[in-house]
Design a protein around this ligand. Structure first.
Ligand code: 4AD
Ligand code: MG
Length: 453
């Protein structure tokens, strides 16, 4: 019997699975992408579909002659956000935003978005309310995806910095019996008939883990029943909090500037394509290197008074207040690096802050204000080490002494000077990404007026 089967050697290699972010490694190869149709333009016998796959977007080119009539017809009438598996050859193109284009050979539709119910977010402009109402879909847009990738990088950088510098991650509880940052912003929950609260900060708990382990940090969700409708306030946000035993305010400021410089450097190193999508001026971020300028509260107030006298600030600043958003914006816009404002009057700050031994009217605290008008991204302080003084402060602030007995124990048993700060992830993301509002910095923002979706 003669063997009639014919063996053909294909010149075409089997397509390799790839992602859009890594197309550079596949120049000249035929790849398979798993994604969605972002946009489609047709021009005679040419189709220009833009695909996205979560790692980026790429423009495809599909000449009618290059594909089967079925693939041509299907693609030509494909609807936005239909899910597709695309095969195509990677070609370098200087003009393409990502540097590469795809010569499309095949499009397999996984789910076609029906025409009668089209994807609600079209590439045209939509209002912010509409977009927030469709946040579960809005995050698919190239801009929003870029922000979320940068957010992930910032979180990873923060963790890497602390992990690699001897800090032990210790997770504080979310359900707590008492306030940490003032009683006016507590979210109450019913705890089997008792009143408990969602945490405002892990600080009190990581003070205890710092006295156990030396250098620690926490990273978790934080809740503030903020009635503020500013572009900087969320009711639920994420905070990273380092805490160090045997450390004072100067150690804390040194940590803050190194920590922030590291994070910004990491984003520049790894997420440049995303910064480009956001049209972020990277040159401004290149300037972020320790040391940062340091300013006493009193010096900052002098700056505000001068600005008011020159008509640059509408309202005069009342000495002894905490800075409002316009004040912070003004101060931080005076520097090209984050500015560390320290030694606020103790009266405007939290009960646990150590008074300055040089003048107890001031607290050994620091707020780091991001440049370009972004305002406070870090707040921290040295903590009161004396049992008697701390007890006095708890009473002065009308806080329930019983709920703080364990916290006072930290001053009964081997009390030491210790310090820590908290950085709000969303504020850091807003600044590094150059965004106008924190609502875009977290997948699902929780604000005074929004808890859907
Ligand atoms: O300045 P805060 O209130 O400090 C604390 O909670 C300290 N217990 C932290 C510590 O010392 N371990 O908050 C710290 C940071 C702020 O600088 C800001 O970045 C962020 O948390 N933050 C908010 N972010 C978004 N929305 C809000 N409502 C925020 N409140 C604070
Ligand atoms: Mg603060």
């Amino acid at each position: 019997m003669t063997d009639t089967s014919v063996t053909t050697t294909s010149t075409q290699a089997t397509p390799v699975p790839a992602t859009i972010a890594t197309l550079k490694q596949h120049e000249g190869q035929t790849v398979v992408l798993h994604g969605w149709l972002y946009n489609l333009r047709a021009s005679g016998k040419l189709l220009f579909p833009i695909f996205r796959d979560g790692s980026g977007t790429v423009q495809g080119i599909m000449p009618k002659a290059a594909v089967t009539p079925e693939v041509w017809e299907t693609t030509k009438h494909l609807t936005q956000e239909s899910s597709v598996i695309v095969t195509g050859r990677v070609r370098a193109d200087q003009r393409a935003p990502g540097g590469y284009e795809l010569d499309v050979e095949n499009v397999e539709v996984v789910q076609r978005v029906p025409e009668e119910q089209p994807y609600p977010i079209t590439p045209k402009e939509h209002g912010v309310d509409f977009l927030m109402e469709h946040r579960h879909l809005w995050i698919r847009s190239p801009r929003q995806s870029a922000i979320l990738r940068i957010r992930a990088e910032i979180i990873k950088a923060a963790r890497d910095y602390l992990d690699d510098n001897g800090f032990v991650l210790t997770d504080p509880p979310i359900l707590t019996p008492a306030a940490c940052e003032g009683t006016s912003t507590l979210f109450p929950v019913d705890y089997f008939g008792d009143e408990a609260f969602l945490t405002q900060s892990g600080q009190l708990y990581i003070e205890s883990t710092a006295l156990a382990l030396g250098k620690v940090y926490s990273f978790g969700p934080t809740f503030r029943a903020e009635k503020s409708k500013t572009r900087r306030h969320l009711t639920e946000f994420w905070m990273v909090e380092p805490e160090l035993a045997y450390a004072g305010l100067d150690d804390l400021m040194a940590l803050a500037e190194n920590f922030l410089s590291f994070i910004v450097g990491r984003v520049l190193e790894r997420r440049m394509p995303d910064l480009k999508v956001l049209e972020r001026d990277a040159a401004k971020l290149e300037l972020i290197r320790a040391p940062f300028p340091r300013l006493r509260y009193d010096e900052a107030v002098a700056m505000l008074n001068e600005a008011h006298a020159k008509g640059l600030l509408e309202h005069p600043f009342e000495y002894g207040n905490d800075f409002g958003s316009p004040d912070e914006t003004y101060i931080s816009s005076q520097f090209d690096r984050p500015v560390m404002v320290h030694r606020y009057p103790a009266a405007v700050k939290a009960f646990y802050m150590e008074p300055d031994p040089d003048d107890p009217k001031y607290a050994l605290c620091v707020d780091v204000l991001a440049p370009e008008g972004y305002g406070e991204i870090i707040g921290g302080s040295q903590r009161i080490a004396s049992y008697d003084l701390l007890k006095q402060r708890i009473e002065d602030h009308h806080l329930p002494l019983d709920a703080f007995q364990w916290y006072l124990d930290l001053r009964r048993y081997g009390s030491v000077p210790h310090s820590g700060f908290g950085m709000g992830i969303e504020r850091a993301v807003a600044w590094i990404c150059g965004l106008e509002h924190v609502r875009e910095t977290i997948p699902f923002a929780r604000t005074l007026n929004r808890i859907y979706p």
